[in-house]
Structure formats: C-alpha cells, structure tokens
Design a protein around this ligand. Structure first.
Ligand SMILES: NC(=O)CC[C@H](N)C(=O)O
Length: 380
C-alpha cells in the first residue's frame, strides 16, 4: 500500500479526517497512503518509544510538540522490533538531528520502515479539532496517492474503526521467550504478551524476576508450565471489549489466587474479568504528563499514558465481584477516569497507565515493587 522513497521529503501531502476536515503539508517518511485512527500525543520527548509501542498499531499519531526528530533515531530506545504507528503527523521536523546516540534521522527511519507521515501540519489546530470532535479515522496521502479530496474522503470512511478491533494477536510474539533476571533470580513471572513494550520485562528483570513472555493465545496450562510466582498481563492495541481469550485466561489466574499485575490493556482485562464494562474515551490519554492519584496513599504521580478506552467502575465505594471486593485504586485528576484497580481479597491489581516509563517520568515505578510484595506475601 505504501512505497518508500528516499529523499522525497518535499513531495506534497494531504491529511483527510473522516469528518471532511483536511490539512495540507509535505511528505515525511515514506510516500504513499495510509489509514488509521487519528490520536494525539502530548509527549515532548520519547518519540522513538511512542513509534515502537505496539499499542499504537493502526493509529495515526499526531504530535503536539512542534519540533520532532531533534535527537534522531538510536539503536537503544525502541520498545519493540519495529514502528507500529500506521502514520505520523508532525509540525516541524528536525532538519539536522543532534545527539551522541543518534544513528539516523527520523525521516529516514520512517521511510525505511514504510511508515507514511506528513509534516508542516498545524498539529495544535488538528489536536483541538480532535479534542472537540473526538478521535476519528484519518488518511494521509502523498505523491501519486493524492487525488480529488472527495475520493480520498471516501477511502478514509472505508477504513476500519478502532471500536471492535481485536489486534493483540497481530502484534504479540508468536513464540514464547524468556527475559532473564538481572542478578539473582528471586521470582518467575508468566507475562501474557498482548503487545508488550520491551521496558516492561526489563523493569521486572531489574527486580530479580525471570520473565517468561507468552503469546496472546497462551492457555492456562502454558501459563502455569513455567511455575510462575506471578502472572502479568501487558499493554496492547485494540478494543478491550474484544479480548475474550485474555479475559478468560485471567479469570483462571484469579481463581487460583496467583499474584497478578496488569498494565493498560491488562487493566481493562482485569476490569472485564471482574464484571465491569469498558468504553471508548472521546479522545484518550496519550503523553507523559498525566496526573494520577494513588487513592491507597493519597499521593499524586505524573505518569505516562497511551489509552483510548477505559474501565467503567464505581469510584465511591468497593464493588462486590465474583473474586471478592474490588476498588478503584488510581484515578486521573484531569477527568476522573479509572486508572487502576485492586482486589481487596486476592493478590491482584492493575493500572491503566505506564509505570515502565518508556518514555516518561519514573513516579510510578513503585508499582513493580508492589507486584514483588504480592509475590513475597504469597510465599510467606
Ligand atoms: N496501551 C494500551 O495498552 C492501550 C489499551 C487499549 N488498546 C486502549 O487504547 O485503551
């Protein structure tokens, strides 16, 4: 669908939203056409981690930071083997990246991986539009892909929606693999890969955890084959209302009372496993500066987010669920969205945001320590 052309940064490009609004600019990265859900990220740094986060599969990411690409692309910061965003929208790309770790320009990297982008867009105007109208489908067209806007709009309206999309299996590992503990191995964790970011097993390994990363399709027997002290459910793309297999897998883990931790998609899956609903946010939370309150301590942390869906659970009091009492442990202070869940009668909790902090502030690193405490508690 896309053709990558080196040095074609000057080709004209157009971005067309499904409600008919369009923005003109220049090609950035590959030249061709692409579609996805238009979402915006407010992170001022960490574009390489964003681009390679599998949770962005089928999304066209709009950067509110006006300058992107300043530190180029290095060989250390990718969160997975490839770029997952389906398109990239920036205002003013760096003409000359500068960083001691930089190996190539972002423009070159996007082109090499066939990712169609657009530059020269008033990304703040586009973001305000998405905030008012909500996340929606979008197409980016450049070079020969540019046609009459009515034709382009019809193509955008034929692209698949994010609601109802079941995407984990498209991004997750096909084969199980092990991330060894750093130093002495203290615990073994089975991590269900629904689109896991590389930093997540690393944060566990730093705490003496040997992480057995398993495909999204893993069975309960496969989960327990590693003899895990705990089970982890990762972040991932798509609509949590479609994640029936991970939900039933998690219910099996909850029944056995094995310590359980979930991040982002994993939080939505815990919500569903407990009988709560999930819903689509108007435009989601994406960036590295979202204020969240840990209601168990009252502390506020500044956190990294990337979610378009959320759990619908009562904030005011614990709920009685099939697995005992559950409460909302964390809440976003911008909009009161549920950002964490915990069970009061079993060793299980999850957060909607990203304590692995890649990119982002490290305020929430304590959550990995909480997981370790749960596993220690189970041994005592
Ligand atoms: N980062 C994630 O795990 C995202 C979860 C889910 N796909 C959402 O958009 O809400």
């Amino acid at each position: 669908m896309t053709t990558s052309t080196r040095g074609a940064a000057k080709a004209p490009a157009v971005l067309v939203l499904e409600d008919g609004r369009s923005f003109r600019g220049r090609a950035y990265g590959a030249v061709g056409e692409t579609f996805g859900e238009a979402v915006f990220s407010t992170g001022m740094t960490g574009y390489q981690e964003t681009l390679t986060d599998p949770s962005y599969h089928r999304q066209v990411v709009v950067m509110t930071a006006p300058h992107v690409g300043n530190t180029g692309v290095n060989d250390e910061d990718a969160e997975s083997q490839r770029i997952w965003v389906s398109g990239y929208v920036v205002r003013d790309p760096a003409r000359l990246p500068s960083n001691w770790r930089s190996r190539r320009t972002l423009d070159e990297e996007l082109a090499a991986q066939g990712v169609v982008g657009i530059s020269g867009v008033d990304t703040r105007a586009l973001t305000r539009h998405l905030r008012e109208r909500g996340a929606m489908r979008v197409g980016i067209f450049s070079g020969n892909a540019i046609e009459d806007e009515g034709v382009l709009l019809a193509k955008v309206r034929q692209a698949p929606e994010m609601s109802g999309a079941d995407l984990s299996a498209e991004v997750a590992t096909k084969e199980a693999y092990v991330v060894p503990a750093i130093g002495t191995r203290k615990f073994t964790v089975a991590a269900i890969d629904l689109g896991i970011k590389g930093m997540t097993p690393h944060r566990m390994a730093e705490r003496g955890i040997e992480v057995h990363v398993l495909p999204a399709t893993a069975t309960l027997d496969e989960v327990y084959a590693a003899g895990p002290d705990g089970v982890f459910f990762s972040n991932g793309p798509g609509d949590p209302s479609t994640a029936d297999h991970p939900v039933s897998l998690m219910r099996g883990v909850l029944e056995r009372k094995t310590p359980l931790f979930g991040i982002c998609f994993g939080n939505q899956i815990l919500g569903r496993a407990l009988g709560f609903g999930t819903y689509k946010l108007k435009y989601g939370h994406r960036g590295i500066n979202q204020p969240v309150q840990d209601r168990t301590t009252g502390k506020v942390e500044v956190t990294a987010h990337n979610h378009g869906f959320a759990v619908d659970a009562p904030l005011d009091k614990p709920s009685d669920t099939e697995f005992g009492r559950a409460e909302v442990s964390h809440v976003c202070l911008n909009d009161q969205v549920v950002e964490g869940l915990q069970l009061l009668d079993r060793p299980a909790f999850s957060v909607q945001y990203h304590p692995e902090a890649a990119a982002g502030p490290h305020d929430a690193a304590y959550l990995f320590d909480r997981f370790v405490s749960l596993m220690e508690g189970q041994r005592a």
